[in-house]
Design a protein around this ligand. Structure first.
Ligand SMILES: [Zn+2]
Ligand SMILES: [Zn+2]
Ligand SMILES: [Zn+2]
Ligand SMILES: [Zn+2]
Ligand SMILES: [Zn+2]
Ligand SMILES: [Zn+2]
Length: 498
């Protein structure tokens, strides 16, 4: 007799496992006594996204004001440890050893149902064996009915937690309402994902049915593609440089897109596309290498469509930086910058500026304001030309930073140079070219000076020697110096140096 019951238990567990894979766990068996101890994890699925109100402990249970509200389609599973005794299913009811309503990712005490609620659930589950025996006949297991009652969320109605279509959950004493809200949302998202991954979906490209775990669902439109189809489509689009195709390829979505105005190219960089396709989504489909190319192409497209854009020079930011739009704050910034410069000038008014700018004449103070940008993401203020931290309009680019920009340009290959020119826009490209010419001229001058001239020790002007005598007098500052050793000297010494 015990053998037959034991076999029925085995059958019921196997059938349940095949419908709810991963939800039934055999913890131990005793084939001599003919019993099982099993762990059940019973999912709690609401029929659709259900408005849910979280009440706080401070409120009375009948209070109608909500502490927080959300919409959820899944609640955390109920987990039960159950002994199926040797007389089960025909003669003895199953015994629930423990019943818990754990909140995933919350290690503290207390579950999403109070102990009082859990005892009610346990009573109902225990009573179901008797009613099932009466309704379906002896030898029929009750575990199906348990899963049915809990996972259909009927039990929430029976517990009185749902009224007028609204689910009301008291916040457990160990949690704040906002923390509880986050935990329930995270659980709902994880359950939705695992539902999606477990189910089969038709791909909108190849029309084949695929399990969700090898599919991609696009965020806003919800269209589903098998990963390999979408990868093929987007990878080709990126390789061919047709960025508009890195979007949903389903017929309806392509039509809808064609009817809408084209989105600003900067939306790509701030993950603000209306179709919700972020850099992370693109990377998850095409991988690290191609997402880099997608980024480069998107940057190029942004500069082409809106040449006044540039990119933040901060290594870890690199956000697109729009041209200043509001003249008001710019005037304020200008006034502040001017005040700062004046203070600096007063502070070291006796010290002549050692930071002379080699392109002082190529940029007037007014046009230097065009080089001011502030990154909307990291708030770094910088010069679009030398890409250093903003140096104020009167200082100009420091030689060091200007040289860095020039060297970056000279060391670049033609493709990189094109990217730099695109980044700067036509006006600043002209300014950079002037710097490059200055730089090349400076190099030539240095070489020529080494061979044919000497620098005045007083003002550093280059003086070409024109007569046989080593005694030089600087045209600029009238310093007397020796051409051969470069020292500023009195006339008598020069006579000795001949
Ligand atoms: Zn497909
Ligand atoms: Zn779509
Ligand atoms: Zn930035
Ligand atoms: Zn600069
Ligand atoms: Zn001089
Ligand atoms: Zn000398």
């Amino acid at each position: 007799m015990a053998g037959a019951e034991y076999a029925l238990q085995d059958d019921e567990i196997a059938a349940l496992s095949s419908i709810y894979p991963g939800h039934v766990d055999i913890e131990s068996v005793d084939s001599v006594k003919g019993c099982h101890i099993i762990g059940l994890s019973i999912p709690v699925d609401l029929p659709s996204a259900t408005p849910t109100v979280l009440t706080s402990v401070a409120q009375s249970p009948t209070s109608t004001s909500a502490a927080a509200s959300l919409e959820i389609a899944h609640l955390p599973s109920l987990s039960a440890r159950v002994l199926l005794p040797s007389g089960y299913p025909s003669n003895t009811p199953p015994r629930i050893v423990s019943l818990r309503a754990r909140i995933p990712k919350h290690d503290g005490p207390g579950g999403w149902l109070s102990n009082r609620m859990l005892s009610k659930v346990q009573e109902r589950l225990a009573a179901m064996w008797t009613s099932e025996q009466e309704a379906a006949g002896e030898g029929v297991g009750v575990l199906w009915a348990w899963f049915d009652w809990v996972s259909s969320s009927q039990f929430l109605h029976d517990l009185g937690l749902v009224s007028n279509g609204i689910l009301r959950l008291p916040t457990p004493p160990a949690l704040t309402t906002s923390m509880y809200l986050l935990l329930l949302k995270a659980n709902d998202a994880a359950a939705t994902r695992s539902d999606f991954e477990g189910a089969a979906h038709p791909c909108a490209i190849c029309f084949g049915d695929r399990k969700g775990r090898s599919c991609v669902q696009l965020p806003a439109c919800g269209c589903v593609f098998c990963h390999s189809c979408l990868h093929g489509f987007w990878a080709l689009a990126i390789q061919e440089g047709s960025l508009t195709n890195v979007a949903c390829p389903s017929v309806d979505c392509v039509k809808a897109r064609a009817a809408r105005p084209v989105e600003h190219a900067a939306a790509v960089f701030d993950d603000k596309r209306s179709d919700g396709i972020t850099a992370a989504v693109v990377e998850s489909v095409v991988g690290k290498e191609l997402v880099k190319r997608w980024h480069t192409l998107s940057a190029k497209r942004l500069i082409e469509t809106d040449p006044l854009y540039t990119f933040c020079p901060h290594e870890r930011c690199q956000a697109p930086v729009p041209p200043p739009t509001d003249p008001e704050p710019r005037e304020v910034q200008q006034a502040e910058a001017v005040r700062k410069v004046i203070r600096l000038d007063i502070g070291k008014s006796e010290v002549p500026s050692s930071k002379s700018s080699s392109h002082e004449d190529t940029l007037s103070v007014a046009s230097r304001w065009d080089n001011f940008r502030q990154c909307p993401r990291c708030e770094m203020a910088f010069c679009i030309l030398c890409r250093a931290t903003w140096h104020g309009v009167h200082a100009g680019c420091s030689i060091k930073d200007a040289e860095k920009a020039v060297r970056e340009y000279l060391d670049a290959d033609e493709e990189q140079r094109e990217a730099i020119r695109a980044r700067l826009g036509p006006r600043n490209t002209d300014a950079l070219m002037a710097l490059v010419r200055d730089h090349e001229l400076h190099q030539l001058l240095q070489e020529w000076a080494k061979a044919n001239a000497s620098a005045c020790p007083g003002c550093k002007s280059i003086i070409e020697k024109s007569e046989g005598c080593n005694h030089m007098t600087c045209d600029h500052c009238r310093t007397h110096f020796c051409y051969r050793c470069g020292a500023a000297v009195g006339l008598s010494i020069i006579e000795q140096c001949r």
